[in-house]
Design a protein around this ligand. Structure first.
Ligand code: MN
Ligand code: MN
Length: 296
């Protein structure tokens, strides 16, 4: 188990660094998502979820539609969030790419907050202390944390396993356990931002809710296909179109959503319409410190 977490982490880190060092201006989000997912597979892992390529004020949960024409512009700030899994053991990591220097401070604040958080972790670290460190690092740089986005515990075939790691100081929380996997992911906006996200209209990432049959034979066939290929992990419409026509896949997916067999995740948008940067690592605490499975 530990072994597969490490293998997935090494692959995810390698792909993330490739993403960081590449100039994506002029490329479509479809090309980005497909290329990054292709790299994960090439290195021997499976995708833990569709690559997210969330632009500017969209903080998270946007992935390419089939043949998505959205092109990355010179002043865009793009969060690329990727997941690799081996036997269900997940590495979840993200990087923000931006080619307009006026937004470098957002990217730097997210990276510094993440690295300060990683430096303080060992088993027993209180999540409220992590939240305080992330918040104060971001505020010292004149930026604002996104209060209602947080890191999370990970489990086999489960990305959000129930526990959250806050990006702001907050009461309560819990102490990190030894040998459990978690993701830490600070999100940063400008001081003029709302500092929280709201749901958008677009929904293009999905996951199984229940395997209960819908009495629609073709929809049930799609449900079985999703379970066999993605288990409970998120998927995109793009991942169904080698088996179903796009229009047909969309219709069957709508049926599964209506029957609550599948849930759709809305995109998350900065409430004040300001740009958002993100950085993310997956880590496993131990007695003496931490193994950052996705470290470069
Ligand atoms: Mn992520
Ligand atoms: Mn995550």
């Amino acid at each position: 188990m530990q072994e597969d977490y490490l293998k997935a982490g090494k692959i995810a880190a390698e792909v993330r660094e490739m993403v960081r060092n590449k100039n994506w201006v002029g490329r479509t989000v479809y090309e980005i998502c497909e290329e990054v997912e292709g790299e994960i597979k090439k290195l021997g892992a499976r995708c833990a979820f569709p690559v997210n390529a969330s632009i500017n004020e969209v903080a998270a949960h946007y992935t390419a539609e089939p043949d998505d024409p959205t092109v990355i512009g010179e002043t865009d700030l793009v969060k690329i969030d990727l997941g690799a899994q081996i036997n269900g053991y997940i590495a979840d990591t993200a990087v923000t790419v931006c080619y307009d220097t006026q937004f470098d401070v957002l990217v730097q604040a997210a990276e510094d907050a993440l690295s300060n958080a990683m430096s303080m972790i060992k088993s027993g670290t209180k999540t409220r202390d992590i939240g305080r460190t992330i918040e104060s690092t971001i505020k010292k740089m004149g930026c604002k944390p996104i209060a209602n986005l947080s890191g999370h515990s990970l489990d086999r075939y489960t990305i959000h396993a129930g526990k959250t790691i806050p990006n702001i100081w907050s009461i309560g929380g819990f102490s990190l356990s030894e040998e459990s996997a978690y993701a830490c992911e600070p999100f940063v906006t400008t001081k003029d931002g709302g500092g929280f996200v709201r749901n958008g209209q677009t929904r293009n990432i999905f996951a199984i809710n229940t395997r209960k049959k819908t009495k629609d034979a073709e929809a049930d066939r799609l449900l079985d296909y999703i379970w066999e290929n993605f288990n409970m992990l998120p998927f995109a419409l793009r991942w169904l179109t080698d088996k179903w026509e796009e229009k047909e896949a969309r219709k069957l997916l709508e049926t599964l959503i209506k029957k609550k067999a599948v849930q759709a995740y809305p995109i998350l948008i900065e409430a004040g319409g300001q740009r958002v940067a993100q950085a993310e690592h997956t880590f496993i605490p131990n007695e003496g410190g931490v193994t950052v499975t996705t470290k470069a």
